[in-house]
Ligand binder design. Structure first.
Ligand code: SF4
Ligand code: SF4
Length: 395
């Protein structure tokens, strides 16, 4: 089906849902009725891949359960063939896992769930607290086991691998059958994907990959694939600025679909996890499943890149970090601002910023000649962006 035809199908399908009052019923009744024959055959995941050598099958388009307000959206995604759900202890300020548990109740054995726990490796971590946190996650997920349990958002894998308490906790959880596979998520793929190749702990890895960053890590992704490590791509919409880039509005091609197809055109990626926080997200993103990248996609992506080039902080680039005399975590601060402004995860973004050590915040930027700007290869107005970020994140 051509992109234009698919777009009109999506609108027709969405209108038919509205016409039937289906979406409203789903919300009101707290359940998802079985899809009709036409729905179940038309709006379906078309392709499933092996998740590394885990033996698990995952759809090419999966679910990032990050900013979820309606658990039935997950059930709807499942009805459309989405069987991989990614959450974390910290999402939705500790409520994300409970939404996933609620949304997937009764179909636990038919889906794959990943959750993640973050650690401050500069502080003492004890095994008992990890076991407790994973038990609490299981309770929220309403499950006896976690398919993939990841260490959340690490820039360097070494402190985790060298921490006996952490490794011993994950070993025990695996032996007890509470965790099936381990791995990590990262915004520093250049280092951590290399490290992943050296350890059996990394069975599945979640990393940023989109058309504006990540191309430099493609040989590493290939090496992960060859070693049998599951590869999951996140932040696939390159900052999620499509709502602000005027020339993308009203096109016949959907930017998110184009971005999904771009990511999944790399055959070394097992799945990607766009955030599915509404019924329309499910419909739009699932429709991109199994589709090859086409010329219209590339045109749209080129337009996005051109407009976002000096606006989008490539979080994994880190080029400016060593130029800052104050050791400001430029990419993390701009990432939290991205969560706030583009992903509409305001409270969570403020929470993350609040937890950041004060010395990593841009508190001295106003009086600095902005060395970071000279170091940024993409011409971002880094200092102004940091000052603005601090303002919104402390509001
Ligand atoms: S403006 Fe100066 S202090 Fe602020 S991040 Fe850039 S180099 Fe560092
Ligand atoms: S501000 Fe520029 S140099 Fe710094 S991390 Fe972002 S894109 Fe890279």
């Amino acid at each position: 089906m051509s992109s234009i035809k698919r777009r009109s199908f999506i609108s027709t399908f969405a209108s038919s849902l509205v016409g039937l009052g289906l979406a409203n019923n789903l919300k009101a009744e707290g359940k998802i009725p079985a899809p009709s024959q036409s729905q179940s055959t038309a709006l379906k995941i078309k392709k499933y891949n092996d998740l590394g050598k885990t033996g698990l099958k995952v759809p090419d388009v999966s679910c990032g359960a990050i900013s979820l307000f309606e658990p039935n959206v997950l059930r709807y995604a499942y009805e459309c063939g989405v069987t991989y759900f990614d959450t974390a202890e910290s999402y939705l300020r500790m409520k994300g896992e409970a939404y996933v548990g609620q949304g997937l109740k009764g179909i636990r054995d038919k889906v794959v769930i990943t959750t993640k726990h973050g650690y401050n490796f500069r502080q003492k971590i004890d095994k008992a607290s990890i076991l407790e946190r994973v038990e609490a996650s299981l309770k929220r997920l309403q499950s006896d086991y976690i398919d993939v349990c990841m260490i959340h958002s690490i820039d360097d894998l070494s402190p985790a691998l060298n921490n006996q308490e952490v490794m011993s906790a994950y070993d025990q959880l695996k032996k007890e059958g509470k965790i099936r596979f381990t791995g990590f998520s990262t915004h520093n793929a250049k280092l951590t994907l290399k490290q992943a190749l050296e350890t059996d702990f990394a069975q599945v890895v979640l990393f940023m990959y989109n058309h504006m960053e990540g191309q430099g890590i493609e040989p590493l992704i290939k090496a992960l694939r060859e070693k049998g490590i599951g590869t999951v791509a996140m932040k696939i919409f390159a900052g999620g600025m499509q709502g602000h880039l005027k020339s993308l509005v009203g096109k016949d091609v959907s930017y998110p679909q184009a971005a999904i197809r771009w990511v999944m055109s790399n055959s070394d990626i097992d799945t990607c996890i766009p955030t599915l926080s509404s019924y329309s997200h499910v419909e739009e993103y699932v429709a991109a499943s199994g589709q090859g990248l086409n010329r219209a996609d590339l045109k749209l992506i080129a337009s996005y890149q051109q407009q976002a080039d000096n606006l989008y902080c490539r979080v994994s680039c880190r080029e400016c970090l060593s130029s800052c005399p104050n050791n400001v975590a430029v990419n993390d601060v701009l990432r939290y601002a991205m969560y706030f402004e583009n992903f509409r995860r305001e409270k969570e973004a403020i929470g993350y910023y609040d937890e950041m050590e004060p010395e990593r915040k841009p508190l001295g930027c106003a009086d600095c000649p902005a060395y970071c700007e000279k170091a940024c290869p993409y011409g971002l107005e880094v200092r102004n962006r940091l000052l603005h970020s601090h303002e919104i994140l402390t509001a």
